[in-house]
Design a protein around this ligand. Sequence first.
Ligand SMILES: Cc1cc2nc3c(=O)[nH]c(=O)nc-3n(C[C@H](O)[C@H](O)[C@H](O)COP(=O)(O)O)c2cc1C
Length: 168
Amino acid sequence: MQILVSVASKHGATAEIGEIIATGLRDAGLEVITLPPDRVESVEPYDAVILGSAVYAGKWMESARAFADRHASALEARPVWLFSSGPLGDPPMPSGDVPEMLNIAERLGARGHRTFAGRIDRDQLGIVERAITAVVHAPDGDFRDVADIRGWADEVIEALAPHQAVAS
Ligand SMILES: Cc1cc2nc3c(=O)[nH]c(=O)nc-3n(C[C@H](O)[C@H](O)[C@H](O)COP(=O)(O)O)c2cc1C
């Protein structure tokens, strides 16, 4: 089985979540390719796809949305999981899933979707981003929970097990 993990990330935090998921899948013996959404020409070579995006101003990044549009019919035909990264603080806010991800999950018939807490490193932000995060009082820091992310990867692995038996 070959799994695609494709992640839209502006400052790297969501890409690292994708790497944690990819490592979990590899540790379970699956073959995993990681590529950003705009580098994926076709999803046909993959038996399953995990698509993730950072959330900015309540929306998925354009490259992840465009990926879902561009490959919609091929994605509908294979197991797909989605994740977002955005909420910050303890407890992480804003709470709940972004509508974007829920809409895409419904359209593609995704097997699962999850929102993970994110990270802001103020030193990485441009002047406009700093101003926005100051206005909304977004806390600086890394709120990602590696155990939570690995746990979700384990759920995906478990759900893939019957497909793996068919593929081998
Ligand atoms: C300008 C700005 C706007 C943001 N807007 C949201 C938002 O609307 N909802 C949310 O959950 N997170 C929001 N975030 C938090 C980011 O999504 C979070 O920090 C994420 O982990 C960043 O991922 P990346 O490093 O992969 O780009 C925002 C962050 C910045 C800097």
